[in-house]
Design a protein around this ligand. Structure first.
Ligand SMILES: Nc1nc2c(c(=O)[nH]1)N[C@H]1C(S)=C(S)[C@@H](COP(=O)(O)OP(=O)(O)OC[C@H]3O[C@@H](n4cnc5c(=O)[nH]c(N)nc54)[C@H](O)[C@@H]3O)O[C@H]1N2
Ligand SMILES: Nc1nc2c(c(=O)[nH]1)N[C@H]1C(S)=C(S)[C@@H](COP(=O)(O)OP(=O)(O)OC[C@H]3O[C@@H](n4cnc5c(=O)[nH]c(N)nc54)[C@H](O)[C@@H]3O)O[C@H]1N2
Ligand code: SF4
Ligand SMILES: [Mo]
Length: 758
């Protein structure tokens, strides 16, 4: 197989030149919600010498993590896919972009003609949320293709929060977060920002934020089955049995009502459903849930009292609360607790973000589009109800593998590695080779994309411009930053936004020869103008070129700080953001915004959606379960990013991180030895993995990282293969989901653990 690694050509703006000739460029790291500003130092040969933090970045102010320093190695990784590839049987060949799209046309049309659009779908992965082009032009792909069903990493991530937000606030992406820059009492549940950088809570350096809270006399409480580095840094670690957070939070509500601590504070008059919530938590006393949660009743009371009485307090919940059996209940209750404790929409409490460029996904509100209906259709094989347009991502395997009308024959896989990242992943890995057409848009030939017929290369972070959109919707401050593309791509390179538009065009049954990007792009921009309150007739002529930059300019100019195309001449536009090399600081989070942000039909926060209350009986049943027996949870590490970045040697070389964390007494009881292999079995499967005995686990809970298992044949991941680890999702049963959202419960999986020698 030929591997092309062309010498990069620099097209970015030089920020400064050092005395030894090193040119320094500024850009933002796109990998996580920290959105760190970086200095990329290039030597004479245009190679990345070093990446350092940009201390003058208005947002990250010099913060960086190990991943951000490796973007040059990622760019130069010889395994990275740089040109389109077509697979003929077992062999791959590099092809021109035109040949690749001709192949896509042939394969997609064949499926469409023989089986119809019902046999076609897409899977969208995590980087889409950080991507300049996928987020805006993915909509153009889906809009043209009109797939009856799509799948995404969202249903093994934040779908429960999307469900609670759409019902409470009228938009699935209006997700409030805690103003940690001003709070004095921060409760963190099911999140480990030291490793993850924070999620649905965008802020650089959250350990420094924790230090700040402690320095101003405040407290940080981490509620997690594992004593993470975040927990070690906090004032207090409170272990909790996985999957029981909803009961814990209902008990907090119970205390708040029972002890007269209830206070709506800033949102008084803006909330419907208080009485229903009061009734729903009436029997959930701390004493009733203590054994289930394995948290003493008195501790639950104390946390409830302290949160409600804090001058500025906020409770935050993240993936540990979503990727579990009661994900929607827990995610909803996080917001409910803040609201009834009087900590909502105020400084240091839980607030909505104020993005400079109103996100595209914020444009849809239920007050104009109608109340969401769940279960409008069901998945063909399992009968899983559709929720917010998707069914559990684990359904994809059976939809491909099960014959019959509507069997999936064509898949467009966008920036995703579901063969590792979804529950029951072996089923998907087995099913993907059955597809008649699989097109992957990705930077690597990995466990998933090895099954594709065509791979279209996504850009490396240094060969793509960057501007974050969604992350500012839950950031602890407001800023706006632009990154230039640093390295040029080949002359015939098709940017990712055009890949999206072009594949959508082909999926709709059109010919590649007739593809006209400008026409489609102008059409999409016209729609966006209407969404953002601009007349397209007068707006289109203002631009001499399209693409995502035009959209960002529109979003910025019509956003809360925008120049409104001249009406507010001091305001923002994309050029001004580009001119500010270190970004533009737009100040801290803004309180008293709820009335403006909420888009429910009533115009109020719906505290007690019937759909969610309907799940409480299921939780009551769970309270009766035997709370013993081992359960598995997931974890992250600062040097990984889900399933990828394991091909970057400096990030993986220091020891095996893919270990099973086990409490010392559990290890003794089970006969497990540190460093020796254990067999972990669940109803879904069984794996062997080295044990790491650690008192950072609570008893009865074991932890594995996700995203490993790089020992498959046919990948092009020479470094990752040497550090393969095992895939924890082989243990995750596909049907184990949060029923209200269909989100995977990859935390709290019942497992049996035994020494391998036994
Ligand atoms: N057990 C368990 N499973 C989990 C989780 C867990 O906590 N536990 N977490 C879940 C969560 S939260 C998520 S989000 C999912 C993630 O699941 P996925 O999204 O499937 O996994 P990623 O590893 O993020 O995949 C990213 C892919 O995008 C490619 N890529 C990177 N940048 C770009 C780009 O700019 N363009 C293109 N085209 N491709 C790009 C990478 O090469 C990689 O193949 O995993 C989920 N799975
Ligand atoms: N370095 C790095 N950064 C990342 C990623 C990555 O893979 N690596 N992935 C990115 C993505 S896609 C996402 S979605 C975010 C996620 O960001 P976070 O939500 O911060 O994710 P984790 O670091 O996995 O932390 C989850 C914590 O929840 C705990 N937990 C598990 N089950 C339960 C439970 O039932 N109850 C409670 N209370 N706690 C529980 C786990 O022990 C763990 O400490 O991170 C993003 N950032
Ligand atoms: S991956 Fe690291 S460097 Fe990049 S944004 Fe996140 S914390 Fe910053
Ligand atoms: Mo995620």
């Amino acid at each position: 197989m030929e591997v092309s690694v062309a010498a990069p050509t620099v097209i970015g703006r030089v920020h400064r030149t050092e005395s030894d000739g090193t040119r320094v460029f500024l850009r933002q790291c796109p990998l996580c919600e920290c959105m760190c500003g970086l200095e990329v130092h290039l030597d004479d040969d245009d190679h990345v010498k070093v990446i350092r933090p940009d201390r003058d970045d208005v947002w990250s102010k010099g913060f960086i993590c190990p991943k951000g320093t490796t973007l040059g190695r990622l760019h130069e990784d010889p395994d990275r896919i740089r040109v389109p590839m077509i697979r003929d049987g077992e062999t791959w060949r590099e092809v021109s972009w035109d040949e690749a799209f001709a192949k896509c046309e042939e394969l997609l049309h064949k499926v469409r003609n023989e089986h119809g659009i019902e046999a076609m779908t897409a899977f969208i992965g995590n980087p889409a949320g950080h991507s300049f082009s996928i987020s805006r032009y993915g909509a153009l792909l889906m809009g043209q293709a009109n797939f009856p069903m799509i799948y995404s990493a969202g249903t093994v991530d934040q779908w429960p929060k999307n469900v609670s937000s759409v019902l409470m606030y009228g938009n699935m992406w209006k997700i409030p977060t805690v103003d940690i820059a001003h709070t004095d009492y921060w409760v963190i549940m099911g999140g480990n920002p030291q490793a993850s950088g924070g999620s649905l809570l965008a802020s650089p350096d959250q350990l420094a934020q924790i230090d700040g809270i402690k320095a101003r006399g405040g407290q940080v409480i981490v509620i997690d089955p594992r004593r993470t580095i975040t927990a070690d840094h906090a004032s207090e670690w409170l272990p909790i049995r996985p999957g029981t957070d909803a009961a814990f939070l209902l008990a907090m509500c119970n205390v708040i009502f029972d002890e007269g601590l209830f206070d709506l504070g800033a949102v008084d008059g803006l909330v419907n459903g208080v009485d229903e919530v009061r009734a729903a938590c009436a029997t959930f006393t701390p004493e009733r849930v203590a054994d289930f949660c394995k948290v003493p009743a008195e501790t639950i009371r104390r946390i409830a009292r302290d949160l409600a009485s804090a001058e500025r307090g906020g409770l935050y919940g993240r993936i540990g609360l979503c990727n579990q059996e009661f994900g929607t209940l827990a995610s909803w209750l996080v917001d409910v607790v803040n609201i009834v404790a009087g900590q909502f929409d105020k400084l240091g409490g839980m607030l909505f973000g104020k993005p400079a460029a109103d996100p595209l996904v914020w444009q849809a509100n239920t007050n104009v589009m109608g109340e969401p209906e769940f279960g409008r259709w069901k998945s063909r094989v399992r009968g899983a109800p559709e929720i917010l347009g998707q069914v559990p991502c684990s359904c994809l395997a059976e939809e491909i593998a099960t014959p019959g009308e509507g069997q999936i024959k064509a898949l467009i896989n966008i920036a995703a590695n579901p063969a590792l990242s979804v529950p029951d992943s072996q089923h998907l890995d087995d099913a993907l080779p059955l597809l008649d057409c699989m097109i992957a848009i990705d930077c690597y030939m990995n466990e998933t994309t090895r099954h594709a017929h065509v791979i279209l290369p996504g850009p490396s972070p240094l060969e793509s411009p960057h501007f974050d959109e969604l992350m500012w919707a839950w950031s602890i401050g407001n800023a706006s930053k632009w990154s230039d593309q640093l390295f040029a791509t080949s002359d015939d390179y098709v940017p990712e936004w055009e890949i999206m538009a072009r594949l959508g065009w082909l999926c709709a049954g059109n010919n590649d020869a007739d593809f006209d990007f400008e026409m489609l792009d102008d059409g999409w921009f016209t729609v966006m103008c209407s969404m953002y309150g601009r007349d397209p007739e007068t707006t289109l002529p203002l631009y001499d070129h399209g693409g995502p930059e035009r959209m960002i300019d529109l979003q910025l100019r019509m956003g809360p700080w925008g120049d409104r195309y001249g009406e507010n001449p001091e305001g923002l536009n994309l050029q001004k953001v580009k001119d500010a090399e270190h970004g533009i600081d737009l100040g801290p989070m803004v309180p008293n915004r709820a009335a403006e942000v909420i888009g429910t039909p009533s115009g109020k926060i719906e505290l007690a959606p019937e759909y969610i209350l309907g799940d409480i009986p299921r939780l009551e049943e769970a309270l009766l379960r035997d709370p013993d027996g081992f359960v598995l949870v997931s974890r992250r590490n600062i040097k990984s990013k889900n399933t990828w970045m394991h091909n970057i040697k400096v990030l993986v070389k220091a020891g095996n991180r893919c270990t099973l964390l086990v409490h010392p007494e559990d290890a003794a009881q089970l006969g497990l030895v540190d460093g020796a292999d254990a067999r972990v079995s669940s109803e879904a499967g069984s794996i062997e993995v080295p044990v790491e005995v650690s008192d950072e686990m609570m008893r009865g809970v074991v932890s594995l990282p996700h995203g490993w298992g790089h020992n498959k044949t046919g990948t092009r991941l020479s470094v990752a293969r040497e550090h393969a680890g095992v895939n924890s999702n082989l243990l995750a049963p596909g049907h184990f989901v949060d029923q209200l959202s269909g989100n995977a419960a990859v935390n709290g999986i019942p497992v049996e653990v035994a020494p391998v020698s036994a």
